[in-house]
Each structure stands twice: as C-alpha cells, then as structure tokens.
Design a protein. Structure first.
Lengths: 332, 195
C-alpha cells in the first residue's frame, strides 16, 4: 500500500492534470500542468468546488456523493475566466480519506493551447492532445485545398456552361451560338435574312398556367420553327420568348414573307398542356443583309428589332420588313 | 503522382525562380496546363518530365534541386503550415527525427491518398543516426535531406548530413547531431493555428 505522497509522485508523471482532494472536498495537491493554468492562484488548500464549477452530473451538489461512486465522469469548468471546460474522472482513495480526480481538456483543447500557451511538453506521453492538434491543422489544410479546388471547378463549370452553344430548354442554339454564326456570315460576306421573332401572349400563359406550361409552349414553338425552316438555317433562342432565325443565302421577300406567315399561323394554333389550351402567337421583324452597305452584326440585329416593333405596332401576329431610312429624310 | 507533390514543385519553382520559369517549363514539358491542382492525381510521368525539364533549364543536378525543394518546404513563409505540421513531431530535434518513422502514417491520416515512402530512423551511437528512405518515390531521400537540414535550423540544432549510400534498396541519410541547442531556433506556438 503506497502513501498519499508516493501516489502524488506517480500521478505527476502519469496524469499531470490530477487533483487530490480530502474528505472535506478540499484540494490537497494538484498536477503541475493543472496548476500552470492558474499560475497566480495556488489550488492546494482551496475547496474543489470553489475552483471548479460542476456542470454534470447536474443533480450532485456535494463531493462526498461523488466520491462514493467510483468512475463517475465529470464535466467541469473553471469558476473564473478563462472558463475552460474540463473533463474529469473520479476515483476514491482506497480506504477512504479522499479521492483522485483526473482532468483533461477534451474538446476545449483548441482554445486551451491558445489561452494558456501550452507546449507539447505540457502533455503526458500518452495524451492524444498533440495528435489531435496535428490532425485539426492537417485536416484544415487539406480541406482548404479541396475547397479551393471545388471553387475553381465550379468556376470552370459555369464558364463551360456559358460557353455551350445550346439552349438547354429548347435544344435550339443560344445567343452565343447565334452571335458566332452571324459574325461568321458577315465575315464571309454572305447574303442572308435575319428574322427577330417574339412570341405574343407568352407571358400570360406563364402567369396563368405556370412555368411548366410556359416551358412546354417554348418547346412546341421551337419545334414549329425547326419544321418551318431548312436544315442550314439557324434558329436561336436569344431571350425568354425571343428568337432569332437566320436564313443563309435567302433575301427573296416573297419567300421570306411566306415563311413568316406560316410561322405565325402555326404558332397561333392552340397548344395543349395538361388539358389546358395555351394560345400564343408571334410577331416577326425581318432585315436583309443586302439592306446595308457595310454590314455589322449589331446593325442588322437592331434593324430586325425595329421591324419587329413596327410589326407589334400593327397589332399582334404581324410580320414587317425593315425599311431603311431614306437618305432624303436623313441628310448627311 | 499526387497533386500535392506536383504542386510543391510548382510552388518551389515559382517562389525561387519566378513564374516565367515555371510557365516555360510546363510548355517545354508539353503539359497542356500550367497549374497543378493540389487535390487531384496526375500521371507519374508528368512529374518526371517536368523535373527533367527544370533541371536542364536551370542547369542543376537533380539531387541538388530536390534538396533545395525540401529546404523550401520547411523554411519558406509560403509553407508555414507544413513546417507546423512537422513541428508537431516533437519538442526537440531528436524527437522530431524519431517521429519520422510515423511520417507516412501521419500524412495518410491527413490526406488518405497521399502515399509517401516509409522512413526508418536508426541510432548508431549517441548523436549518430541514419535515416533509411525506402523506395516508392524517386528523389525522396534528396528532398528529405533538405527537410532535415531546414528542420535542424528550425529547432536550432547543428547537424551534419551526408548521403550514406544505398542499403537493401533503401537510400540512407547519415545524420550527425553536433549540438542540439546550437541556436535559438524558431518559435513553435501550439495555439497559433492557421498562422
């Protein structure tokens, strides 16, 4: 049987955050690291519960109840700031006369090393604290590297999506594709017609029957436009209910007028969506590449836009060609 | 090859020789990108190609180049996080040396797909050690020589390192600890996370 002093000697090596208390619950000795946390306040001689607040088990208010149940797990924190949380395990001394309480930081280790400037030498050789701190830093660094990779991949994904040339809803070409094709035709000095088509009453379908109906109508409209155009023509969705159609090599007003008429006619036929009739129509403005001396993409798009608004002013379901301003009205 | 290793080479070259050197090397090595991602895996021959090109362009023997890379990994401010992780190995340089036996396990604990060759420290006489670097990563012993030298400075220890030849397939680094507290060394504050 070893004496209390010998026991304290052993504990200093094995568990440097031990507390020895006597029958009255007063601290008789503490481990060197525990004392290091309160360098200006010797713990020996104080009542245990004056130094530490017992958080769990909650029902217990005096230590003698605890010392009679070996192996009780304690949750404690310091009564004064910094109020570091501690875990504890209580073991009554054999033959009575007090108990040993072994303390450790548990999860509060991260704040504790900062608050008390602890070093590796402050932990016993079997304590996993250093490994825990190592892991936290290593995992944080690895997580940060993964996170930054994720952000870059997300950026690349968005760029790729933006670059893709397809409108995902209708499978038509998108604005970017249309710009590309238009630029190509202009640089090749090809002649072509450009139609700007706007669906009429689309918004009311969307408002009345919801987005699913709106999407259905857009898909049907896309199908109709593909049916009414040739394979070499371009049909692009350039806005919510706006489309641009490019007819390569075609500048014949009669033919274009016929196409526009058929487009409007078919788009005006009621479409069914879940038993509901969706009634839309279309307005179209057309500009010809031959209407410009020096052709620029922005100019022909603008011209088709002007023609579209002329069509809209004439009432819905109309088609108008762009009429160039006469030099007489715009001198200089 | 793990992206972290390629990224280490990239970071070392950019910090030491400038990013233009790095861009030239990626082009000469025929890579179709100029930045390695730390958390992706690359073909092993990509690393070999870029190292070959770098050593030729910079006119440096590969062992020397890799040793400087090892020193960079510990001593450059860019790499403070890595230095800290290594300092968790022990309070003194000798403790750090002994912790190298666990290095590959520790690394795998942090990044599960990063496999580094096994290391084994043998003590031959007081202050005389040999570090056996087992195969798996060509040039690892050279990098470790740089790491050992820089960590000695970090701990304030004075050491003498030399290449101890090959033994049973392992490359051997001979370490003579002249003085363990030769200089002040650098601070290691356990709580200075993310510094």
């Amino acid at each position: 049987m070893i004496g209390v002093d010998d026991l304290a000697g052993l504990l200093e090596t094995l568990c440097p955050m031990f507390v020895l208390i006597n029958d009255a619950g007063r601290i008789t000795q503490v481990g060197p690291i525990l004392q290091k946390l309160r360098p200006d306040r010797p713990m020996a001689g104080e009542h245990f519960l004056n130094v530490f607040e017992l958080q769990r088990p909650r029902s217990v208010t005096n230590l003698s109840t605890l010392t009679s149940t070996p192996g009780t797990r304690l949750h404690l924190r310091f009564q004064d700031a910094p109020r570091t949380g501690l875990k504890g395990l209580i073991a009554p001394l054999p033959g009575g006369g007090g108990a040993v309480i072994n303390l450790s930081f548990g999860i509060s280790i991260l704040e504790a090393v900062r608050d008390y400037a602890l070093t590796s030498a402050d932990f016993s050789g079997t304590d996993l604290a250093i490994e825990l701190l190592y892991l936290v830093e290593a995992k944080s660094a690895a997580m940060e590297a993964s996170r930054s990779l994720n952000l870059r991949l997300q950026g690349a994904m968005l760029a790729a999506e933006e670059q893709a040339y397809t409108d995902t809803l209708t499978d038509l070409k998108n604005r970017r594709a249309m710009d590309h094709i238009l630029g190509h035709l202009i640089s090749m000095k090809s002649s072509f017609a450009l139609m700007h088509l706007d669906l009429d009453f689309f918004k009311s379908v969307n408002d009345r029957l919801g987005h699913a109906a709106g999407d259905h109508v857009l898909k049907q409209a896309a199908r109709i436009m593909l049916e009414e155009t040739r394979g070499e023509d371009t049909v692009a969705r350039v806005g919510g209910d706006e489309f641009v159609l490019i007819f390569k090599g075609m500048t014949d007003r009669n033919k274009l007028g016929g196409i526009a008429r058929r487009l409007i006619q078919h788009l005006s036929e009621p479409m069914q969506f879940e038993g509901e009739a969706c009634q839309i129509s279309a307005s179209i403005g057309t500009a010809l590449s031959t209407q410009f001396d020096t052709l620029k993409a922005v100019d022909i798009l603008h011209a088709a836009d002007l023609a579209l608004y002329a069509a809209k002013r004439s009432g819905r379901s109309c088609h108008r060609f762009y009429s160039e301003p006469s030099t007489a009205r715009h001198p200089g | 090859m793990h992206g972290l290793i390629n990224r280490a080479i990239q970071s070392f070259v950019c910090a030491t020789y400038g990013s233009k050197s790095w861009l030239r090397a990626t082009q000469a090595a025929g890579l179709d990108f100029d930045e390695f991602e730390a958390m992706l895996i690359y073909e092993a021959d990509i690393s070999t190609r870029i190292l070959d090109v770098l050593c030729t362009e910079l006119n440096r023997p590969r062992a020397e180049f890799l040793e400087d890379l090892g020193t960079y990994l510990v001593s450059h401010p860019n790499m403070e996080g890595l230095r800290r992780l290594l300092r968790f190995g022990g309070v003194t340089y000798v403790e750090f040396l002994h912790s190298l036996d666990d290095l590959s396990d520790r690394v795998r604990l942090a990044v599960s797909d990063l496999e580094l060759p096994a290391l084994e420290l043998r003590e031959h006489a007081p202050a005389e050690y040999q570090l056996h670097c087992f195969p798996g990563l060509p040039g690892y012993a050279s990098v470790m020589t740089g790491v050992l030298r820089a960590m000695a400075d970090d701990y304030g220890a004075l050491v003498f390192l030399s290449h101890g030849g090959d033994r049973n397939g392992a490359e051997v680094i001979s370490i003579t600890l002249v003085e363990s507290a030769f200089s002040q060394g650098r601070q290691f504050d356990l709580g200075a996370r993310g510094a």
